[in-house]
Design a protein around this ligand. Structure first.
Ligand code: BDP
Length: 324
């Protein structure tokens, strides 16, 4: 008998008999441990470890200790990290189709966003993400974002004039603030508190839970309800990590992500209320704007510029707008 042949067969037999090596997954998260997304990510990690009987053991690193969001997106894409909760804002710089989700006022409200993302249109975004190395398994809420600042209530677009706002890393947001007459500075989330405090910027924009958990409310007490952005977030897995799984384990990981998103949305609704109460009690001045439509109308050039550069995305924009 051929020795080489026996050795190879023996090795193969040993490999089949051996249990598959455990996958120690590392996951990126920007938020602190008690944030709805963080709790849901922990739930996801636990459910995956249990359902796969330890074949996949995800660990979540909170508070952006693994880096800023744009870098983390790259890491998950190239397999340096296995999974993450990403906001679709910074994603737009990498996956152009997701920029549609960053068009101001694209969604009528959060329910409208759910109806879009939980159906066929959501799958189109998943497909675009998968072409760039990311497997989107479920969608988290991140409410709606409004402007806040250190100086005064914003009542109309004229109040934004000359003010300097931090935005997430996406050119669309620079244009959005420009059209309102302000100046926008893309900046890492972790740098915003200090920049507000020292006057490097006058304001930023976010939902209530982040305005609260980042402590921005301590230094920027004027929160003006513009609700200009409603941006979904994903549980995204690196394609490399995903493809290393058996079909059965993929099924279990997917289910864990769907369950985690359901919990996240419940926790989110509670946290929005709790954060609003907390910042009000701490002295934040929350105001309705005089004419919400004036803010929407100012966004005409943002849409026109975007569609001129991305004619192929017009159908997607129209389909979202046409979704009841
Ligand atoms: C939060 C998002 C987070 C963003 C952050 C920001 O959940 O992903 O990084 O806003 O403004 O609401 O950077």
């Amino acid at each position: 008998m051929n020795y080489k042949h026996t050795a190879v067969t023996g090795l193969l037999a040993a490999m089949v008999a051996m249990p598959a090596l455990a996958e120690d997954w590392r996951g990126w998260n920007i938020h602190p441990e008690d944030y709805p997304n963080s709790i849901a990510l922990e739930m996801f990690a636990e459910q995956v470890a249990e359902a796969t009987e330890g074949r996949v053991t995800p660990q979540v690193y909170h508070n952006a200790v693994l880096g800023a969001q744009p870098d983390a997106i790259e890491q998950v894409r190239n397999g340096g990290l296995d999974f993450a909760n990403f906001n679709m804002g910074p994603m737009g710089q990498i996956v152009p189709a997701t920029n549609v989700l960053s068009l101001p006022f694209i969604f009528k409200d959060v329910d409208h966003m759910h109806r879009v993302m939980d159906n066929e249109i959501g799958e189109r975004f998943s497909k675009a993400l998968s072409e760039e190395g990311l497997v989107a398994l479920s969608w988290f809420d991140s409410g709606s974002r409004s402007f806040y600042n250190t100086k005064k209530p914003i009542m109309s677009p004229a109040d934004v004039d000359g003010m300097k706002f931090r935005v997430m890393n996406n050119d669309l947001y620079v244009d959005m603030v420009d059209q309102l007459g302000g100046n926008a500075t893309p900046m890492a989330y972790s740098e915003v508190y200090q920049s507000l405090k020292t006057g490097v910027i006058d304001g930023a924009e976010n939902n209530y839970p982040s305005y609260d958990s980042s402590n921005h409310f301590e230094v920027a007490p004027y929160y003006s309800i513009t609700n200009h952005l409603i941006i979904p977030e994903c549980i995204c897995i690196s394609t490399a990590s995903w493809e290393a799984l058996s079909a059965e384990d993929q099924e279990m990981v997917k289910q864990a992500a769907v369950d985690a998103a359901e919990t996240q949305r419940e926790l989110w609704a509670e946290r929005e209320m709790a954060s609003l109460e907390k910042v009000k009690a701490a002295g934040s001045k929350i105001n309705e704007v005089d004419d919400p439509k004036a803010f929407q109308d100012a966004m005409g050039p943002v849409y026109a510029g975007f569609l001129a550069e991305n004619p192929d995305l017009e159908a997607l924009v129209k389909d979202i707008q046409a979704t009841d």
